[in-house]
Design a protein around this ligand. Structure first.
Ligand SMILES: [Ca+2]
Length: 358
């Protein structure tokens, strides 16, 4: 099934005809396997170890806290989302979310501790900074996330990331070679995403954290921006990035292009653009056969597949092997919030991230 859809995508030129993962970490597309097993093993990068993340410096609305991924190059400076910092983070204050697999049903109320979340999906430029730094990866056994309740997520003994030669994917939609480093980086495995965030001083958001940001927490929004029906003003979806339904690389817009679709706490592109890898604490990374990615994708809806607009809802996810790469999947990093740091970000402040409560 996947194979036929894939070939359909190649020759009908419709990204939407291939909603399934492109399970090959190769520059050129190959038919996907019919089993969940990873199609290829990403090649291990040079074993550069991640230094312990530095303590986050105090930030102000004009000088957001950020890690080494924003080194000032294109797509990694003050040039994302109408002049905001590409590494700007916004606080998601502690509170509840109704967590449910689908939109129906009451859901299960979950308390989420305060955390920071990148306002933007991680750009190509930020990944170039990671490559320039030697593609650091965590040490085996390094704690990637501690939820404070006895659950830790650790980097495994055999954790592999894509090396620089394997960071490009299906050329047709490849942002790595696409010429605009303000686009979100796609074609990354879960491991590559997790290593990138760890190097940047953060981690992957948990699936529940991501859902709280996207639903606006207690407001339980049907869409990140609220209740208004989706339109191309809200999100990058349905291959409408360039205003035309034909699917192409130009439909993947620079991050932060849809200010009308910003979430309750200032996050862009929570619906549409890329699916974003998430995780759950309390295990060894890669121990589960699949990981979830939420909040995409730029070409997931419509076309041959004709999925409904409800696909922009926070409940939508894809579940892939952590070795999977897809032209529709990228990442947005999360960061632990220091104790007492609970003030939401001021909205509408250029480059703003949350102020740190003292
Ligand atoms: Ca997204």
């Amino acid at each position: 099934m996947k194979i036929s859809l894939h070939f359909c995508a190649l020759f009908v030129a419709g990204c939407t005809a291939a909603p399934e993962p492109q399970t090959a970490a190769l520059p050129k597309p190959t038919p996907a396997p019919t089993t969940p097993a990873p199609a290829t093993e990403p090649v291990a990068a040079a074993p550069v170890e991640v230094a312990p993340p530095p303590a986050p410096p105090a930030s102000t609305p004009d000088q957001p806290t950020h890690g080494p991924s924003c080194d000032g190059r294109a797509g990694a400076g003050n040039d994302c989302g109408a002049g905001q910092h590409c590494c700007a983070r916004a606080l998601v204050p502690s509170g509840d979310v109704l967590y449910r697999r689908l939109d129906s049903g009451p859901g299960e109320k979950k308390l989420v501790r305060a955390f920071y979340l990148d306002k933007f999906e991680a750009t190509v430029g930020r990944f170039r900074a990671w490559v320039a730094a030697g593609q650091p990866v965590p040490k085996p056994g390094q704690v990637l996330h501690d939820d404070g309740e006895g659950h830790q997520l650790k980097w495994p003994q055999n954790g592999k990331v894509q090396d620089a030669a394997h960071l490009e994917g299906w050329k047709r939609y490849d942002t790595w070679t696409g010429g605009d480093d303000h686009r979100p980086k796609n074609n990354i495995t879960w491991y590559t995403a997790a290593a990138f965030c760890a190097w940047d001083g953060g981690r992957l958001p948990t699936d529940i954290e991501w859902t709280r940001a996207s639903r606006g927490g207690e407001e339980d929004r049907p869409y990140p921006w609220g209740t208004e029906a989706p339109s191309p003003e809200h999100a990058v979806y349905n291959c409408l990035g360039d205003g035309d339904k034909a699917c192409a690389l130009v439909d993947i817009l620079p991050v932060g292009s849809k200010s009308k679709g910003v979430g309750r706490w200032g996050h862009f592109d929570l619906a549409g653009s890329m699916f974003e890898w998430t995780t759950s604490p309390g295990k060894m990374a890669g121990a589960d056969p699949t990981e979830k990615a939420r909040g995409g994708g730029f070409c997931y809806i419509g076309g041959v597949d004709r999925r409904a607009s409800t696909e922009l809802r926070p409940a939508v996810f894809r579940e892939d092997s952590p070795d999977t790469v897809s032209h529709m999947t990228g990442v947005r990093c999360a960061f632990d919030a220091p104790a007492g740091d609970t003030k939401p970000s001021p909205q509408g402040v250029s480059g703003g991230s949350a102020s740190h409560a003292k």
